[in-house]
Design a protein around this ligand. Structure first.
Ligand SMILES: Cc1ncc(COP(=O)(O)O)c(C=O)c1O
Length: 453
């Protein structure tokens, strides 16, 4: 088959457009020419945080303290989705062929630029590599694929924690059921409000055994609001790994869904091996999008489960050979996608880069601190989340004496204050200020809880 025929076949299968592998193979550094016109930091700042809030279609009559549970799309993201939707509706094959590769590249470039940014506004720093990234549809997708496909030798175990969410626990249970892999759970704390960096790091370190191959963590616990000192834990694991065979090194894998869009850290500098997140929570990205980022060497340990259905994989299939190329591209689940959402990831990451990763983190932290300060003065409220900003993020969990969390949530809802309840064995009331929340929203929530108590 000559190259023309091959390209035609791939195109007909919709494979040249939006191919992860092709994008992954072509380049490492984000191509700045790929940038769509962005509103710019100055423009975002001109309207202040109220201006940022005004770019969402969220019901203005409500106070959105659970907006990050499932994203509403800010204007640039919604507009991009609509633009691509119209193009695909008019001529799916043609739009995919004419625009797909460029739009796919833009989404990946923006993602790696965002991940590599350390909050200093200098996106695209060290480690910005499209070949280290796989797109998924959600955190759960990514965790299922990662924990299902990580290489484990006989006798090696996975250590996870009692604080992780269903998606991690269930992905590991399924892995164990399929392969007999050993999974062990450890507790990093008893009382979330009383955690300290030293004790969390020591507990993680104590939990590692001689056969531990994977440490499966969640950066910000959605059941308690505790933010793990991830870089410190990764440093302790690196210490533990010193002198070990590459095949016996502990790989740190992280569910970062409540950190992506809140924490300003440059992901490649954290020291973890894999980071998994949905982009439809704090990032306010397109619903039904997510990612798995992996350290370059770590990707060698991960095998895909769903056929990648991209140029590299199907080209190899046509030629009767094993696919070659970046593992991330072969790991990325293939098939046609909801492209209008996937491509609008470019605008979602750009939205945050334009606001400033550090500015978003500071804003979220300031509002969370205001909320916790207010609640600390309400005698009937017991804060579950640490007050320390280094050990908490945007999620604030609490109990109200005499009220079940579900009842308290319903009472707040009746007053137009939207909050959530943690979906864990021990449920708590959960509030989360974000870039769509104002000081007045936070104060109203505190006032409503005071009145409730
Ligand atoms: C810690 C954590 N991980 C994963 C998820 C699921 O995210 P997704 O909808 O992106 O799969 C949630 C909540 O929805 C969560 O709290």
């Amino acid at each position: 088959m000559d190259e023309m025929d091959r390209r035609t076949l791939l195109r007909r299968a919709g494979l040249l457009a939006g191919t992860g592998a092709l994008a992954g193979l072509v380049g490492c550094e984000p191509d700045r020419r790929d940038r769509d016109p962005a509103p710019g930091k100055a423009a975002a700042a001109a309207g202040g945080w109220a201006g940022v809030r005004a770019r969402f279609e969220l019901d203005p009559g409500k106070r959105h303290l659970a907006a990050w549970v499932l994203a509403s799309h800010p204007r640039p993201v919604a507009d991009a989705i609509e633009r691509h939707r119209r193009g695909l509706q008019a001529d799916p094959d043609g739009y995919l062929e004419d625009h797909g590769p460029r739009l796919d590249r833009q989404a990946r470039s923006a993602a790696v630029e965002y991940l590599a940014d350390g909050g200093d506004g200098r996106g695209g720093g060290a480690g910005a590599d499209r070949g280290q990234l796989a797109f998924t549809r959600s955190t759960t997708d990514g965790l299922g694929l990662l924990y299902g496909g990580l290489a484990l030798r006989p006798g090696q175990e996975v250590v996870t924690t009692t604080h992780d969410f269903f998606s991690t626990h269930e992905a590991l249970r399924l892995r164990a059921e399929r392969t007999g892999a050993r999974v062990r759970r450890i507790a990093l704390y008893d009382d979330p409000a009383a955690v300290s960096t030293e004790r969390l790091v020591a507990a993680a370190r104590r939990g590692l055994g001689p056969r531990t191959r994977v440490l499966a963590l969640t950066w910000v616990h959605s059941g308690t609001g505790v933010r793990l000192p991830l870089a410190e834990i990764c440093a302790a694991v690196a210490d533990h790994n010193r002198g070990r065979d590459p095949g016996d090194r502990v790989l740190v894998c992280v569910d970062a869904v409540h950190a992506l869009g809140v924490e300003p850290d440059a992901v490649p500098r954290l020291g973890c091996d894999f980071l998994v997140a949905g982009c439809h929570k704090w990032l306010f990205g397109p619903r039904g999008t997510g990612l798995v980022w992996g350290r370059r060497d770590a990707w060698a340990e991960a095998t895909g489960t769903i056929p990648a259905f991209n140029g590299a994989a199907i080209g190899a299939w046509i030629e009767g050979r094993r696919p070659a190329g970046p593992r991330a591209a072969l790991f990325e689940p293939g098939g046609f996608h909801a492209y209008e959402h996937r491509w609008a990831l470019a605008e979602a990451f750009r939205f945050h880069l334009d606001l400033g990763k550090q500015e978003v983190a500071d804003r979220t932290g300031d509002l969370a601190a205001r909320l916790k300060d207010g609640l600390a003065a309400v005698p009937a409220v017991r804060l579950v989340t640490p007050r320390d900003p280094a050990l908490s993020a945007g999620i604030v969990c609490l109990e109200v004496a005499g009220h079940r969390p579900g009842e308290a949530m319903a009472a707040l809802r009746r007053r137009g204050i939207l909050v959530s309840v943690t979906p864990y064995a021990r449920p708590y009331l959960r509030l989360g200020p974000s870039v769509v929340t104002s000081e007045e929203d936070v104060d109203a929530a505190v006032g409503a809880l005071r009145a409730l108590a």
